[in-house]
Design a protein around this ligand. Sequence first.
Ligand code: ADP
Ligand code: ARG
Length: 348
Amino acid sequence: MADLPELWNKLSSTDSQSLLKKHCTQEVYDKLKDKKTSNGGTLADCIRSGSQNPESGVGVYASCPEGYTVFADLLNPVILDYHKISELKHPECDFGDMANLGFGDLDPSGEMIVSTRVRVGRSHAKYGFPPTLNKEQRVEMQNITKAALEGLTGELKGTYYPLEGMTKETQKQLTDDHFLFNDSDRFLKAAGGYDDWPAGRGIFFNDNKTFLVWVNEEDHIRIISMQKGGDLSAVYKRLVAGIKELEKKLEFARLPQLGYLTFCPSNLGTTLRASVHIKIPKVAAMPEFKEICDKHNLQARGIHGEHTESVGGVYDISNKRRMGLSEIEAIQEMRRGVEEIIKLEKSA
Ligand code: ADP
Ligand code: ARG
């Protein structure tokens, strides 16, 4: 906790627009500054990234699952603010009726949607988040996750590739093709997300790279389903099948009022981000593009992910809200929004 006063001074002297700056008042700071979770998580762990990076939007990470309780005076207002909810409440997990989803391909003509991806994050219930993990624990978690993944069958069957030992060329190719993560997010880096890199990190995927699992990137586990084109139904069904299989073997951290627990409070709840890479040069050029996205609770990212730029009018459009609604509601919110954006692009 040695660096806490320094972090606090830095935060106090910036005019950051982050949720950290907004909600970490002197009163909250004084109340939490000496608290610790049972595995040593501190307030410094929660505010380090946002204090060192005033351009943060959120600026807060939880030290560990227990941090959501111990540092609730800071984390709860951030959660309410980010997810635009008035009370800390999250519904039971509900993936919807798989036999009657009521939607299929969002772009049957194949003209606009390049690819579709849906991901969720999961945390092992018994381990901390990056600031409270050591190398042995990262490797231990990797082994537990790998063993569970290696039991998958059918379409989900695949191979686990640890980052340790993977050539730089392979890593670059997998990253360029949108399958793999790297260590280039400075917000995550400041939060301890890349400590001991690349130990304990890796990627699992099936033969045609439509079902993938990231191990020890931002979250302990990211479960991903993706494919070319706009068939959201197929992508979502595969994801849900994968989640259900892994749930049989692993115990995931969850709190009734917050849903599934993730390192960053922006991902809590369903932890679900459903996105399309979509060609929308006309809509994206409209001055009101941001308002259009906000109106439909959508978020626009560049094609290499968060904090990247669009290339050739192709954007990553996804649901923004993850908490306070069920999994199927989050998917439907994204579907409706994308359908509206497609209509707008066609009529512009
Ligand atoms: P997340 O938080 O969901 O992991 P990021 O913004 O960090 O998302 O993106 C992770 C990777 O997934 C990036 O390489 C990004 O280009 C890729 N990606 C996201 N959505 C899609 C999509 N619909 N089709 C193909 N790749 C995608
Ligand atoms: N900490 C960064 C910020 O505050 C990212 C927040 C959301 N993204 C994420 N990958 N958790 O801007």
